[in-house]
Design a protein around this ligand. Structure first.
Ligand SMILES: Cc1cc2nc3c(=O)[nH]c(=O)nc-3n(C[C@H](O)[C@H](O)[C@H](O)COP(=O)(O)OP(=O)(O)OC[C@H]3O[C@@H](n4cnc5c(N)ncnc54)[C@H](O)[C@@H]3O)c2cc1C
Length: 444
């Protein structure tokens, strides 16, 4: 359905605009409109260089940008300040089928790749929605991937269409308070019962658990002492979050940024789930989520990039317009050069990100898994760092106004820590590259 809509959208765009260049310049900007002058406050083209993207990526970018234009920065400021879920935004994307962008067509998805999904997530953060906008839908796009690949026909038929059409939202439950990045040691257990499993344990930082009906949950089904390798004995489930059922509790975490979306501690105490909630084979849960981990790194890299470009765009606009000492502050190289440097860092990270996504999507066996892993981890790392640089410099370029909520860049700076920390920290990526690429001794 979405594919069809995309084709239609694409046709409309191609006929409304005489050339690719004009499309790339943004649907709001007519090629016939008068040229903007350097100090103009009127809308300018995106600062991100759009050449080199595929037609599908450009179409996704334009279509998502159009949807996001209904959710201005003031919407996100309010949601952030009031810690209110952006449910209208989630609904708008679900209405047009976007949550199924990377799900197979036979399940009602668009059957596009991670390259297009990354572009969608980037366009969302870049619109001003920031990480809050991305996180409101992230798990629905990403955590459904292992389900789509390993789920039973019945699981797919009942769950996937309801996630795509927005009836159900999902969250992803991996991180635990006592084991952190050492995922293989996680303590939440799923013990066999007569009809299914009983879950006991605790998860932390679970985004959108308050509004989700489903959780993709990783739990241990065979004790660590009884498995040959620690990666065995973990199982993946797609469970209902039944708040009225005994054994489930959750508590919101007060956090630094992205306050529109909730993050939670989730407690399970003999919480009963049916056997049909198991995804794939028992004990193979870690291998199953590995399948999606590289995809998630690409999405996060895209989200980081979008945030960085959004911050930089604001900074450049402010630097053009703010007059101090009788001239725009951007005329001072001390203001201009850090922004120009941040731009080049973002552009380099953009190449790394879409290169990684392309490798991920080329699943014909021609690219070794190792190469995909290195590319996706590296992309997430450099994009998150480039976003941090851009957001920090954007705040500084605004002077005191960088600290005011009205100017958005303080919100972006607060949010840009997320891709540096999650789903895997900078340090663990450095460990990974040290070991797997440089062949240095494993340090942990
Ligand atoms: C806003 C937000 C949303 C999140 N959403 C979700 C979600 O929806 N679902 C989910 O499951 N999780 C989620 N997470 C959790 C996130 O994935 C983890 O916070 C992240 O993986 C880091 O784990 P930790 O916090 O336990 O850090 P820890 O493992 O406690 O590590 C702490 C610090 O020590 C460093 N460190 C640890 N070991 C080493 C080592 N051997 N070498 C070098 N450095 C090391 C780490 O790099 C890190 O800087 C979210 C986190 C945040 C902040």
């Amino acid at each position: 359905m979405l594919r069809q809509a995309l084709r239609q959208f694409s046709r409309l765009q191609w006929t409304s605009f005489p050339s690719r260049v004009s499309l790339a310049a943004g649907s709001q900007v007519s090629p016939l409109a008068p040229r903007t002058l350097s100090f103009s406050t009127s809308r300018r083209r995106d600062i991100m260089e759009m050449t080199g993207f595929t037609d599908e990526q450009l179409t996704v970018h334009e279509a998502i940008k159009q949807i996001c234009s209904n959710f201005p920065n003031t919407y996100w400021q309010e949601r952030d300040q009031q810690e209110k879920d952006p449910k209208e935004f989630h609904a708008a994307l679900a209405r047009d089928g976007w949550l199924g962008i990377a799900l197979p067509e036979e399940l009602g998805g668009a059957g596009l790749g991670i390259s297009e999904a990354t572009m969608m997530m980037q366009t969302i953060t870049q619109s001003g929605a920031g990480m809050a906008g991305a996180q409101a839908i992230h798990a629905n796009v990403y955590a459904t991937q292992p389900l789509a690949k390993f789920g039973t026909k019945e699981q797919l038929e009942t769950t996937i269409p309801n996630i795509i059409n927005g009836t159900w939202r999902t969250c992803f439950g991996v991180t635990e308070p006592n084991t952190g990045l050492e995922t293989l040691k996680l303590k939440t257990v799923a013990t066999r019962t007569e009809n299914g499993y009983s879950i006991s344990g605790q998860k932390i930082w679970i985004t959108c658990a308050q509004v989700a009906s489903k959780m993709i949950l990783l739990a241990r089904t065979t004790p660590l002492e009884e498995v040959k390798q620690s990666s065995e004995g973990l199982s993946l489930f797609c469970i209902d979050l039944e708040r009225n059922q005994p054994g489930l509790d959750m508590r919101k975490i007060k956090k630094m940024g992205g306050r529109a979306v909730d993050a939670n501690e989730v407690f399970f105490d003999d919480y009963k789930i049916p056997a049909e909630t198991l995804i794939g084979e028992e004990s193979q849960g870690f291998k199953i989520i590995l399948h999606g981990m590289n995809a998630e790194r690409c999405l996060l890299a895209g989200e980081a990039l979008g945030l960085g470009y959004a911050a930089l765009e604001k900074a450049a606009q402010y630097a053009r317009e703010r007059i101090v000492f009788g001239r725009p502050i951007g005329q001072n190289q001390g203001v201009a050069h850090p922004l120009a440097d941040a731009y080049m860092k973002l552009e380099a990270a953009k190449l790394a990100t879409y290169h990684a996504a392309r490798l991920y999507d080329s699943n014909d066996g021609s690219v070794p898994f190792h190469a995909v892993g290195v590319a996706c981890n590296s992309a997430k790392y450099v994009a998150a760092e480039a976003a941090f640089t851009a957001c920090e410099r954007a705040v500084l370029a605004h002077g005191g106004m960088g600290y005011a909520m009205e100017y958005d860049v303080e919100r972006y700076l607060r949010e840009c820590f997320v891709p540096r920390i999650a789903p895997v920290s900078r340090e663990m990526i450095l460990n990974y590259v040290s070991e797997k690429v440089l062949e240095l001794p494993r340090s942990y």
